[in-house]
Ligand binder design. Structure first.
Ligand SMILES: Nc1ncnc2c1ncn2[C@@H]1O[C@H](COP(=O)(O)OP(=O)(O)OP(=O)(O)O)[C@@H](O)[C@H]1O
Ligand SMILES: [Mg+2]
Length: 705
C-alpha cells in the first residue's frame, strides 16, 4: 500500500478522469439526442417526398372520388360566388372543396396564404340550410371576416368577449329557436372549451337540424408542431364527437405532413377528404440582399426602394429582429418621408389595433413589426415584405413573406442578410427543438447565389420542383457567380480555433474573422472581410465548425468552436467552396426593374374604393373592389351597368356601380382632352423624396373616422 499522499494523488487523478468521462458522456448524450432528432426529421422528409413523387400524385385531391363532376348545386353556387362574392372564377381546388363539403364530407384543406380558403367554407355555409359555425383563433381576424361578410349582405355574427348583450341575445335565440336571420357564426376556440352555455345552445341548434357545417380556420393552431399552437384548439375534437353527422372543414396554410396528421387526429376526422395545394406562390418575387453594416445606409436603401417601387402608397411590412429596432426603423423611415409606424408586443393593445387599422385602410403605408405582427393580417394587397434581419426558420420566413400578395398580384419579398445576424438569431433559438437546424436552413437559403430561391421552399416542404419563371433574384439575374475553392482558408480557421481551444481561449465570429483577416493573407486568394464572415457561417452550416453558447446575467453569447466535420477538412477529405458574386450587388438592377407604374385610372379607382369604404360604415377598401377587379376595370373600361355586372357581379354593381361608372367616364373624358396636349395622366402626387431636411409625414387626425 502506498503512502497517504500517493493515495490522495491517485484519488485526485481518478476523480479528474471521472469528471472527464462524465463530460464526454454528457456531450455524447447531447449528440445522440440531436442525431435522433435529425433522424426522425429526415425520415419524415423522406416519407413525404416518397409520397410526393409517387405515381399518380400531382398535388390534386388524393381520393378516387371525383369532386369536379357536375353537382346539383352548381348553378346556385356559381350564382352566389359571382353575384354576391364578386368572384369571377374558382381558383385551384376551391370548387372541389365546396363540392366535398356540400356532400357532407369532412374536409382538410391545405392551401397557401391567400389561396382563397375562406370562400371554401363561406360558400357552402350560404348554400346549406341552417347556421354554420366557424372557429377562428383571433378576434381581429374574426372582426375582419364578419365586417367583410356584412358588406356583402350576409348575416354573419361573432360571439366573443366584445359582443354586445343585445347581439348575444339575438345569437342565442337564433341558435335555440331558429328565430332571426343567422347564417355564419364566428367564435374563438375558448367559447367551445369554456362556455357551457354556448355549447348547450349549439346542441339545441344541432338537435333541431339547424347546424349546417363547422369550419375550423387556421387549424394548424391545434398542433404543437405548428408555429402558432393555441391550447384551446386542442379541445376542438369535441365538436366531431358531439355532432358526428355535421361536416367539419379544417383549413390551414401550413404544409408539413406532421401537422396534417396531427390535425386529423385531434379534430377526429380520420376519413376526411384532403385537398393539398402547392406551397408555391407564383406571384411573389423572392430576393436576398447583402445587408449593409451601417444601419443608416440600410435604411436609405429600404426607403429608396419603397419610394421608387411603390410610389402610390402601396402597403408593405418591414420585419425587424427586436422591438427597439422596430421603433428606430419606423422613425427613420418617417424621417425619409414614408408613412410608417411600428407594431410589437410591448405596444399598448389599443395603440397596436389603431396602427393595424390605419394600415388596413390604406392610411398608413408601412408597418414595421416584430414576429408579433402575424396571424391577424388579413390584408390582401400587401405589395412588399422586407426582412430587415433574417427569420429564424424557412417555415417562419415562408409565413412572414407570404403575407405579401394574397390577392394574387405581383409582390416582392426582400430579405436583408449579413453573417453577423446569424449569432444574434442563434443565441435566441438554440434551446428550441431543432432551433439551430432550422436557422441554418434559412442561412443556407440566404447564402445561395446560384440556385433558384423557390427550390428551397419546395425542398423544405417536400414538394416536386416547379418553374420559378424568373420570379427570384437568382433566376432573374444574369450576374455571374464564381465558386472559389477555399479549403486552405478553412484549414487555417480550424487550426487557429484548435489552437485557441487548447489554450482555453474562445472567440466570437467577429473576433475569429479579425484574427483571420491578418493571418489568411499568406495563403490567397485574398478574401474580403465580408467574404471571410460568409465563410465562417458557411462552415458552421456545413458542421465543420459549431456554435457554443455561454450565458451571462444579461445575454447569451455565441462562440465558435471546431465542429464534427472539421477533421475531414483538415485531412483534405472534404473540399470547401464559397460562392461569390462576380458582379457586385446585381440585386440593385433588379430592384430598379421592380419599379411599378400605375395608371391614372387605377389611382382614381383606388381613391374611390377608399371613399366608398368609409361611406359604407368603415369597411375595408378591398371589400368594395379588389385590386384585381380594379385592374380588370382599367382594361375593360365598362360603360353600362350590365357590362360592369359582368366584372364585379350584381351585388357590388347595385351598391357601388353608379359611382364606379361615373369615375371611369370622367377619367375617359378628361384624358381625351389631355390627349391633345400631352400624355400628362392625372397621376398621384409624387411623394417627396429625401431632401436635406427630413420630411415628417404626420397622419392627419381626419384619418380616423
Ligand atoms: N377564386 C378567386 N378569385 C379571385 N380572388 C379570390 C378568389 N378566391 C379568393 N379570392 C380573394 O383572395 C384573397 C385571399 O383570400 P382568403 O382570405 O380566403 O385567403 P386564405 O387562403 O384564407 O389566406 P390566409 O392563409 O392568409 O388566411 C381575398 O381577397 C379573396 O377575396
Ligand atoms: Mg384565411
Amino acid at each position: 500500500m502506498g503512502s497517504t499522499e500517493e493515495l490522495f494523488d491517485e484519488l485526485l487523478g481518478v476523480e479528474s478522469e471521472l469528471q472527464d468521462v462524465e463530460d464526454q458522456i454528457k456531450s455524447l448524450l447531447t449528440r445522440q439526442e440531436n442525431l435522433h432528432e435529425r433522424q426522425s426529421e429526415l425520415k419524415a422528409l423522406l416519407e413525404a417526398s416518397e409520397f410526393a413523387t409517387s405515381p399518380g400524385r400531382d398535388l390534386a385531391p388524393e381520393t378516387v372520388e371525383n369532386w369536379s363532376q357536375p353537382f346539383e348545386w352548381d348553378t346556385q353556387a356559381d350564382d352566389v360566388r359571382f353575384n354576391i362574392f364578386g368572384i369571377s372564377a374558382y381558383r385551384a381546388n376551391q370548387r372541389e372543396i365546396v363540392n366535398a363539403a356540400m356532400s357532407g364530407r369532412d374536409v382538410l384543406v391545405i392551401m397557401a396564404a391567400g389561396g382563397g380558403k375562406s370562400l371554401c367554407y363561406q360558400l357552402p355555409a350560404i348554400l346549406r340550410n341552417g347556421v354554420a359555425l366557424v372557429v377562428s383563433p383571433l378576434l381581429s381576424l374574426i372582426q375582419d371576416q364578419v365586417m367583410g361578410l356584412a358588406a356583402l349582405g350576409i348575416s354573419a355574427f361573432m360571439l366573443t368577449s366584445t359582443t354586445s348583450k343585445e347581439d348575444e341575445k339575438f345569437i342565442y335565440k337564433a341558435l335555440e329557436k331558429g328565430e332571426g336571420e343567422l347564417k355564419i357564426l364566428y367564435v374563438t376556440p375558448e367559447k367551445i372549451s369554456k362556455s357551457k352555455r354556448f355549447m348547450s345552445k349549439l346542441e339545441k341548434c344541432h338537435h333541431a337540424g339547424r347546424l349546417s357545417l363547422i369550419a375550423i380556420d387556421e387549424a394548424h393552431c391545434c398542433s404543437q408542431w405548428g408555429h402558432d399552437f393555441r391550447p384551446d384548439y386542442k379541445n376542438l375534437g369535441i365538436l366531431k364527437t358531439q355532432f358526428p353527422n355535421i361536416p367539419v372543414i379544417a383549413l390551414t396554410a401550413t404544409a408539413t405532413r406532421k401537422v396534417q396528421e396531427d390535425l386529423k387526429e385531434m379534430l377526429r376526422i380520420p376519413r376526411c377528404v384532403r385537398f393539398v395545394s402547392t406551397v408555391n406562390r407564383p406571384n411573389l418575387f423572392y430576393m436576398v440582399r447583402e445587408k449593409p453594416s451601417v444601419a443608416k445606409t440600410l435604411i436609405d436603401e429600404i426607403a429608396e426602394y419603397i419610394q421608387m417601387s411603390h410610389p402610390n402608397n402601396e402597403s408593405g411590412i418591414v420585419y425587424c429582429f427586436s422591438r427597439k429596432e422596430c421603433e428606430q426603423v419606423a422613425k427613420e423611415l418617417r424621417d425619409r418621408g414614408i408613412s410608417a409606424d411600428y407594431y410589437h408586443a410591448d405596444t399598448d393593445v389599443n395603440v397596436r389595433e389603431r396602427v393595424h387599422h390605419r394600415w388596413s385602410n390604406g392610411k398608413l403605408q408601412v408597418i414595421v413589426g416584430t414576429v408579433a405582427f402575424g396571424m391577424g393580417i388579413n390584408k390582401p394587397d400587401v405589395r412588399f415584405v422586407i426582412h430587415h434581419s433574417l427569420s429564424k426558420s424557412m417555415e417562419t420566413y415562408y409565413q412572414e413573406s407570404g403575407r405579401a400578395g394574397r390577392d394574387g398580384l405581383p409582390s416582392e419579398c426582400i430579405l436583408y442578410f449579413r453573417p453577423a445576424d446569424v449569432p444574434r438569431q442563434s443565441s435566441m433559438v438554440f434551446f428550441e427543438n431543432a432551433g439551430l437546424q432550422n436557422l441554418y436552413d434559412i442561412v443556407r437559403y440566404c447564402q445561395t447565389k446560384g440556385e433558384c430561391r423557390r427550390s428551397a421552399f419546395f425542398k423544405h416542404f417536400a414538394e416536386p420542383l416547379q418553374d420559378c419563371n424568373g420570379m427570384c433574384d437568382n433566376c432573374a439575374s444574369s450576374g455571374e457567380v464564381k465558386e472559389l475553392d477555399v479549403s486552405d482558408h478553412a484549414r487555417l480557421i480550424i487550426s487557429s480555433l484548435q489552437n485557441m481551444q487548447d489554450n482555453d481561449q474562445r472567440a466570437t465570429m467577429l473576433q475569429l474573422v479579425d484574427k483571420m483577416k491578418v493571418k489568411h493573407k499568406e495563403i490567397g486568394p485574398e478574401l474580403k472581410r465580408d467574404e471571410l464572415e460568409q465563410l465562417v457561417i458557411h462552415l458552421i452550416v456545413e458542421r465543420v465548425l459549431k456554435e457554443e453558447f455561454q450565458h451571462t446575467a444579461y445575454t447569451t453569447n455565441s462562440y465558435i468552436s471546431v465542429g464534427p466535420l472539421a477533421k475531414q477538412v483538415s485531412q483534405g477529405n472534404k473540399i470547401i467552396r464559397l460562392e461569390v458574386s462576380g458582379t457586385k450587388n446585381s440585386g440593385s438592377n433588379i430592384i430598379s426593374k421592380l419599379k411599378r407604374k400605375s395608371s391614372g385610372l387605377e389611382f382614381r379607382l383606388d381613391q374611390l374604393r377608399k371613399e366608398l369604404a368609409s361611406a359604407h360604415g368603415g369597411i375595408f377598401p378591398h371589400s368594395v373592389l379588389s385590386t384585381q377587379q380594379i385592374s380588370t376595370l382599367c382594361t375593360e373600361r365598362p360603360k353600362t351597368a350590365e357590362q360592369l355586372e359582368e366584372i364585379i357581379g350584381k351585388l357590388k354593381t347595385m351598391k357601388y356601380g353608379k359611382r364606379i361608372l361615373e369615375e371611369i367616364d370622367n377619367y375617359e373624358s378628361s384624358n381625351k382632352l389631355e390627349d391633345f396636349s400631352d400624355d400628362k395622366e392625372d397621376r398621384p402626387p409624387a411623394k417627396k423624396l429625401r431632401g436635406k431636411k427630413p420630411v415628417m409625414i404626420v397622419d392627419s387626425s381626419e384619418d380616423e373616422a
